[in-house]
Ligand binder design. Structure first.
Ligand code: FAD
Length: 423
């Protein structure tokens, strides 16, 4: 690399040729940059924002994310943060506390505001040797045959190009650079719309994440979604609502009033004072519902590749995992990622994502949710299963009945998919 490492949050010095250019410094991009730099590659980590920057999110780190953060070597950051032992689920006049199963994954979760989490992870990548290029947007590419020869960027130094052997695209839900490369987001399968806010709470040190499966509008109408309260410590909670939709059944949930109403619903339980602050909302591509996730020398990871669990909207873990998997492929010199990357994503996620997005599509019909939620909330054992499946805490190594049944459902689902995940 031709220039010195920029400290990160201010304007950068120009970057010359690099081995790996990572576009987007969210969890997926920063983890990819850290893995690649640690493996001895010249890495530039580009983001159009200057950090710290906010990201609309529930800020929840489930056991899958914790396991991946431990693998990355970033878990020390979580010392002194909330240590969350499970989910406290509510609905239809009942509630259940379900501990994280903790067999294959960590038995705890956490929650950290993204404005802080992402900035720390970005610094971690810089410490590993990546050069941060903040305030700089990737807008186009220069082709060299079927390879990306250089990425065209716009930043404080104006318009310029950065040449790279490999480009990892981690530019989030809308993936502007992905679009330039041919990425298409398909909304015939379930996607999410969700809103979050911060609220002052006397229960911000709770060991439980709160979740309401029975989400209602202010007029009492049952909505196809769920609500959450995630304790952040420091007297704050993240309060949010999410709704599921498909192109055929678009969401009519008005997120802001629903969020305000939900905040009132949980006010007493969470000892919330004042009004919800900093309300924002965003879309969530889910279940690998994109095609065009790779080409000769580039791969899409994280939200750009729609790696979000359709049943709970979590994507930080999949961002971290896909970062590790993508960097793992870089060792194969001369590798063509066009088929290799969607094949690898398929191998890891397609059974779970296909079954989950089918179930999520069913949940866009509000009347279906109580069919599972109501009996579940009355049986601890059934709810443990629901939580395990919803959080995708089932691995290929698990041989129990639930794991086998979930994998069979996945196989059947993929068979009848008109468009399987990542295709
Ligand atoms: C309301 C809501 C609640 C959620 N709650 C949770 C939760 O509790 N737990 C969980 O695990 N997941 C949650 N998610 C999902 C989670 O936020 C995402 O899955 C996660 O942020 C994906 O990380 P990423 O690195 O792929 O993308 P992002 O975090 O979106 O990062 C993308 C980065 O790319 C940059 N960028 C974009 N375009 C360009 C460009 N052209 N050039 C340069 N830089 C660019 C952006 O500035 C950004 O920094 C939630 C999502 C929403 C909307």
């Amino acid at each position: 690399m031709s220039n010195a490492t920029a400290p990160g949050s201010g304007p950068s010095t120009p970057v010359g040729d690099v081995d790996v250019l990572v576009v987007g410094a969210g969890p997926a991009g920063s983890a990819a940059a850290a893995y690649a730099a640690r493996a001895g590659r010249d890495v530039a980590l580009l983001d159009m924002a200057t950090f710290p920057r906010d990201k609309t999110c529930g800020d929840g780190l489930t056991p899958r994310a914790i396991t991946e953060l431990i693998e990355l070597g970033f878990a020390d950051f979580l010392a002194g943060r909330p240590r969350i032992i499970g989910l406290h689920l509510h609905g239809w006049g009942a509630d259940q506390r379900v501990r994280w199963p903790g067999d294959r994954f960590a038995d705890w979760g956490s929650a950290v505001a993204r404005i802080e989490f992402d900035d720390e992870l970005r610094r971690f990548a810089v410490d590993a040797g990546a050069q941060m290029v903040p305030g700089t947007k990737a807008v186009d590419v220069d082709w060299d045959g079927d390879r990306i020869g250089a990425v065209v960027v716009e930043g404080p130094e104006g318009r310029r190009t950065i040449r790279a052997q490999t480009v990892i695209v981690a530019d989030g839900v809308r993936s502007g650079l992905g679009k330039v490369l041919g990425r298409q987001w398909h909304r015939d399968t379930a996607y999410g719309t969700a809103g979050r806010a911060y609220a002052a709470s006397g229960c911000a040190d709770s060991e439980w994440m709160g979740s309401h499966l029975e989400l209602r509008a202010a007029d009492g109408t049952l909505l196809p979604g769920y609500g959450w309260v995630f304790p952040l410590g420091g007297g704050q909670v993240n309060v949010g609502v999410g709704a599921l939709a498909t192109a055929k059944r678009p969401s009519h949930v008005d997120l802001r009033p629903t969020l305000r109403h939900y905040n009132e619903m949980v006010r007493a339980e969470w000892d919330i004072t004042g009004q919800p602050q900093r309300i924002t909302s965003a879309l969530l591509p889910m279940g690998g519902a994109v095609s065009g996730v790779a080409g000769r020398n580039w791969m899409l990871i994280g939200d750009a590749a729609a790696c979000v669990n359709p049943l709970n909207g979590e994507g930080i873990d999949y961002g971290l995992e896909t970062a590790r998997l993508a960097v793992g492929l870089l060792d194969d010199v001369g590798e063509d990622f066009t088929e290799r990357w969607p094949d690898l994503l398929t191998e890891h996620y397609s059974l779970a994502f296909s079954a989950a997005r089918r179930l999520a599509t069913l949940f866009t019909v509000p009347q279906v949710v109580p069919l599972l939620g109501r009996p579940g909330l009355r049986s601890g054992r059934l709810m443990s299963t629901v939580v395990r499946v919803m959080a995708n805490l089932v691995t290929d190594e698990d041989k129990d009945v639930i794991a086998r049944a979930w994998r069979t459902a996945g196989r059947l689902s993929v068979k009848v998919d008109e468009r399987p995940p990542f295709r």
